[in-house]
Write a protein that binds this ligand. Structure first.
Ligand code: ADP
Length: 499
């Protein structure tokens, strides 16, 4: 990629994702100056199990940090601070003496602890978990994964009880190693995904530690997302920049989109969709099965967020391509969908693995409804594209109902947000503007913002908001009655999927 001048120096964002890690340099205008990326290997030792090598994550991340400096000619003397954003919930357990992991990282997708979670729910802890952590009991979150390692690695539990083990999410693992073991910390947003953290008191919860069997001595120190997390050791970066920003990927994206006010929502359209709504200081409990989590912890205050996800979004497009052979490239779908005026009453309900929020029907399976002789390839592709927008609509309406905030605009990013047809259709259904960020790297940018605020690289949130240039807004163009009619058809199709 081209290298732009960066007279004032840069902030380095480390984006430790699930399938790859990256180091990205941002200049004072929030522009991406250079990027280095490495893929990560996923291990699937048994059906439903997902693991990664923590040392591979770390060395790939360090390699990116070095490479991006050489690529850009901007070295650590001009890197003002480092921000980290990471795949959430994934855990690493390591030996306090040697710093070596005692088992592979157990990745958020891993379902091996389903039985343990069911037992905890049977024992009646569901409400307590929900009240204190804002989460619904599920193997997705970190707590049962940590416990699994302690129960299944020989000698681990005794060592942990004796204070000989440490654990953390990927941010914590990186911080610990980049500071050469000086800092064992995490930020509130990552902590809020472990199921061991009281999101109201902003501290680890002793009862939950006991319920899950995780000694508190293993856990990192929770800190606000913007502030000190130590210095990168000089043998990794010569001028040892400070790590000043840390947030989980979805929360970093919320911040990168500048959704600073209550009611602000971002939606990432990837394989699935991840939506977060800023709740301000009120930790609203959802009546629709959404989770409450820490959204932003910056500037001396904590903003809560409602989070919802659509399981099948971009994956529906992959199904059109790989399952049905209807399209060659995901990028072709916008033109195909736009080649017809509507889907002709056809709806695709992609409940491949059940229906999530707000329906919660794990046993439901997908349905194509309203097929007529006129349903052709274009209309089927269109209906599949539209399903992303319908599912997003349902979650956003649940968020509005839970929070009492009416949406004024929807900030979007992710691979499928590049589909102009879907974005326009989303705006039409919601009756509000859909705004796609100019910077495709909103997650990394959010981490850079958190670090840059802490060292005065950027003055305040107003300045960050003023950097959001080059974005594209889609204004609603469909008459409201037509949108209501389409939604009625969609909800009828969902009802048929459920019944
Ligand atoms: P993830 O981070 O989940 O891997 P990305 O943000 O990279 O996802 O987006 C990839 C997903 O978006 C894929 O499922 C792909 O099918 C879908 N996708 C990519 N481009 C388009 C497009 N132009 N229209 C619709 N879907 C798309």
């Amino acid at each position: 990629m081209g290298v732009q001048a960066a007279p004032e120096g840069c902030i380095m964002a480390l984006d430790a994702g699930t399938t790859s890690v990256r180091a990205i340099l941002f200049d004072e205008y929030g522009r991406k100056v250079a990027v280095a990326q490495r893929s990560l290997t996923m291990h699937y030792p048994h059906p439903g199990w997902v693991e990664q090598d923590p040392v591979e994550i770390l060395s790939a991340q360090v390699a990116c940090m070095i490479e991006v400096q050489f690529k850009s000619g901007i070295h650590s003397d001009r890197i003002h601070a480092i921000g980290i954003t990471n795949q959430r919930e994934t855990v690493v357990v390591w030996d306090r003496q040697t710093g070596q992991p005692i088992y592979d990282a157990i990745v958020w997708q891993c379902r091996r602890t389903q039985g343990r979670i069911e037992k905890i729910v049977e024992e009646g802890y569901g409400d307590l978990i929900r009240e204190r952590t804002g989460l619904v009991p599920d193997p997705y979150f970190s707590a049962s994964k940590i416990a699994w390692i302690l129960d299944n690695v020989e000698g681990a539990r005794e060592l942990a009880e004796a204070g000989g083990l440490m654990c953390g999410t990927v941010d914590t693992w990186l911080i610990y190693n980049l500071t050469r073991g000086r800092v064992h910390a995490t930020d509130y947003t990552n902590a809020s995904r472990t199921m061991l953290f009281d999101i109201h008191r902003l501290d680890w919860d002793d009862d939950l530690c006991k319920i899950f069997g995780v000694p508190r001595s293993m856990l990192p120190e929770p800190r606000p997302s913007s502030g000190g997390f130590g210095e990168v050791s000089a043998d990794i970066m010569r001028h040892h920049p400070r790590i000043l920003g840390v947030a989980g990927d979805q929360q970093a994206s919320l911040f990168g989109h500048c959704c600073f006010d209550p009611g602000g929502v971002k939606n990432t359209y990837g394989t699935g969709c991840f939506m977060l709504m800023n709740l301000g200081s009120r930790a609203v409990t959802s009546q629709n099965g959404l989770v409450t989590t820490i959204g932003i912890a910056e500037g001396g205050r904590v903003d809560y967020a409602l989070e919802g996800s659509v399981f099948q979004a971009g994956s529906v497009i992959q199904w059109l391509r790989d399952g049905l052979g209807l399209i060659e490239h995901a990028g072709d779908t916008a033109a195909i969908a736009s080649s017809v005026p509507d889907a002709g009453g056809c709806y695709v309900v992609p409940a491949f693995t059940g229906l999530g929020a707000p329906w919660w029907r794990p046993a439901a399976r997908g349905l194509i409804a309203g097929i007529t002789r006129g349903t052709d390839r274009a209309r089927l592709v269109r209906a599949a594209c539209e399903s992303m927008a319908y599912q997003t609509y349902d979650i956003l309406k649940a968020m509005e109902a839970d929070s009492g905030h009416a949406l004024s605009a929807l900030a979007v990013d992710g691979g499928a947000a590049n589909n102009d047809f879907i974005m326009q259709f989303q705006a039409d259904l919601l009756g509000i503007d859909v705004v796609r960020a100019g910077c495709a790297e909103t997650t990394a940018l959010g981490a850079a913002f958190l670090a840059g605020l802490a060292c005065g690289f950027w003055a305040d949130r107003e300045e960050l908001a003023s950097l959001a240039e080059g974005q594209r807004a889609y204004a609603p163009a469909m008459p409201a009655e037509r949108a209501a009619e389409l939604l009625e058809g969609w909800h009828e199709a969902v009802r048929r999927t459920i019944s």
